[in-house]
Design a protein around this ligand. Structure first.
Ligand SMILES: Cc1cc2nc3c(=O)[nH]c(=O)nc-3n(C[C@H](O)[C@H](O)[C@H](O)COP(=O)(O)O)c2cc1C
Length: 262
């Protein structure tokens, strides 16, 4: 399976069985979360198991989640630079680990009761959203939930639609100069986003390397109507970077650094 195929294999799962997470799964996820919390300033993610209480009373809302008992609480100290964008980036990294472990996941921004979570928030910390995780229930959906799924899934954009021409360069020209661009755009096209808005865009840009040389790369930014969607920016950057093989600087308009995989 290619990286793009792996990224595309993820979909939001909204119905879960009551099967508890195995000890092995919990250990692996906790280890990954510890790495993030240790190395990324301002990140205080936490895995919470067997706690359905934040979802009581939110049954008939956006996306309609059922049977959620395990989740990753994405807690950040927003006083650190780019904390919200980085929270999106590292959440998506964890979500892809969850996929690799054979579990389902769904970002949940608003349709839960933050006051009922078991999370201890210190001064300056904020619970941005949670990521529900668990074993997908294969039961057939009701027509109402399938309608909600379709609305949340209006995914008509193709990968090329995420490219915005700049520097007088067409998509074809940019793709011929940047052989990794096509993979990156396809990775980005499968990124989850709040209300499926998919607000991240990619444009070519010439960058100086400090020795007076200029090289071509891309920058990522949010489309005008979603300029505050920093979680989505981080998620989109993760998917683009995983598929195109490289790293991003943080912030809107920041540049991508392609890493030669040879
Ligand atoms: C920050 C964020 C918040 C979200 N909040 C919710 C939510 O509250 N309820 C829900 O059902 N889905 C939520 N989603 C999931 C999106 O609706 C979903 O990712 C999008 O429709 C694309 O579908 P896919 O994940 O299956 O590709 C959220 C996604 C993100 C990134």
């Amino acid at each position: 399976m290619t990286t793009v195929e792996f990224l595309r294999s993820r979909h939001s799962i909204r119905r879960y069985t009551d099967h508890p997470l195995s000890e092995d799964v919990c250990r692996k996820l906790r280890a990954s979360i510890t790495m993030i919390n240790t190395h990324e300033a301002g990140m205080h993610f936490e895995l919470v198991c067997d706690d359905p209480s934040p979802f009581k009373g939110f049954r008939a809302s956006y996306g309609m989640l059922h049977g959620v008992r395990n989740y990753i609480a994405v807690v950040v100290d927003t006083s650190f630079p780019d904390a919200i964008e980085r929270a999106g980036f590292y959440s998506q990294k964890l979500v892809m680990e969850v996929v690799a472990l054979g579990l389902g996941s769904c970002y949940v921004g608003g349709t839960f009761d933050a006051g009922r979570t078991k999370i201890m928030l210190r001064v300056g910390w904020k619970l941005l959203f949670i990521v529900a995780i668990g074993y997908a229930e294969e039961r057939q959906q009701t027509w109402v939930s399938s309608l909600a799924m379709k609305m949340a899934h209006r995914n008509n954009r193709c990968a090329d639609d995420f490219f915005v021409e700049a520097e007088g360069m067409s998509l074809d020209e940019a793709k011929s100069r940047l052989i990794w661009l096509d993979s990156g755009l396809r990775g980005l096209a499968s990124a989850p986003s709040s209300l499926n808005r998919q607000p991240v865009r990619i444009s070519p840009v010439w960058v100086s390397d400090g020795d007076g040389h200029k090289y071509l790369t891309v920058r990522a930014f949010l489309d005008n109507s979603n300029s505050d969607a920093l979680v989505d920016l981080g998620i989109g950057k993760y998917n683009f970077g995983a598929a195109a093989v490289g790293e991003w600087n943080w912030g809107a308009d920041a540049c991508f650094i392609h890493l030669d995989s040879n």
